[in-house]
Design a protein around this ligand. Structure first.
Ligand code: SAM
Length: 234
């Protein structure tokens, strides 16, 4: 996806992007490629592919939520900053918290945030389940792309949300995954608000955004230790 198509396709989904924001994304892209030579950040390196599969894909979150607000967004398992850092560049009014357990990725994210001069960004070197014990009921939105199956990430992410906050899981073809979480959402006092299915432009691969709303405070016993979550998902 070249940059003109990137801007056009974003306009089609209601996202306006300025020249300054494109310059910031360019800097981010260059740093990603530079750091990727010594640290494993992404398998996608070709510029047009990064614009499509990382930058555009991250911004499809706008299909189910309006980020033009002063809200807190926590992106868990953010890796090299997808979708969180892209959201922050295009929607600078949000307060962003990036969580990842990999120290190399934390160093990269810190360098990008400093280089771009982004404010109201916190970078947390944590496992999500540990972070969820510490920072409960705190965020308006929690996002998560490519970390684990829905029944696992729901237990990790929902405790972080304020009541009435939303967890948006970014998935490919979800198939059975949504059926698997019916019981767990009851225990996590949350419900599916929307499932948005669409295709990425150009390559037409399937995408799904699963938007889950938290109805009541989460029981203190969640999240359980990670081994239990993995061995015996809710
Ligand atoms: N969200 C990014 C994306 O879509 O490009 C990164 C996806 S990468 C496949 C998964 C990331 O989740 C890695 O950076 C890994 O370190 C992080 N991760 C996996 N399990 C985690 C956990 N329990 N706590 C914190 N980070 C975790």
């Amino acid at each position: 996806m070249n940059k003109d198509v990137f801007v056009d396709e974003l306009n089609k989904i209601g996202v306006e992007i300025s020249k300054e924001q494109i310059v910031m994304l360019d800097k981010y892209y260059k740093m990603l490629i530079e750091w990727n030579k010594k640290t494993n950040l992404t398998a996608i390196t070709e510029e047009k592919q990064v614009y499509l599969k990382h930058f555009y894909d991250s911004l499809t979150l706008s299909l189910v939520y309006d980020f033009n607000k002063n809200i807190s967004v926590c992106d868990v398992g953010t890796g090299a900053g997808f979708p969180g850092l892209v959201l922050k560049i295009v929607f600078p009014g949000i307060k962003l918290i990036l969580v990842d357990s990999n120290n190399k990725k934390i160093q990269f994210l810190t360098a990008v945030v400093n280089q771009l001069g982004l404010d109201r960004v916190e970078i947390e070197h944590f496992r999500i389940e540990e972070y969820g014990k510490k920072e409960r009921e705190k965020f308006d939105v929690v996002t998560c792309r490519a970390v684990a199956r829905l029944n696992i990430i729901s237990e990790l992410c929902i405790p972080l949300l304020k009541v009435n906050g939303v967890f948006i899981a970014m998935k490919g073809n979800i198939g059975e995954e949504v059926k698997e979480i019916a019981g767990s959402l009851k225990l996590l006092t949350s419900e599916i608000e929307e499932i948005k299915k669409f295709e990425l432009p150009i390559e037409e691969s399937a995408r799904s955004l699963v938007k889950i709303k938290k109805i009541e405070k989460t029981d203190q016993k969640y999240p359980r230790v990670y081994e239990k979550i993995k061995r015996n998902p809710l």
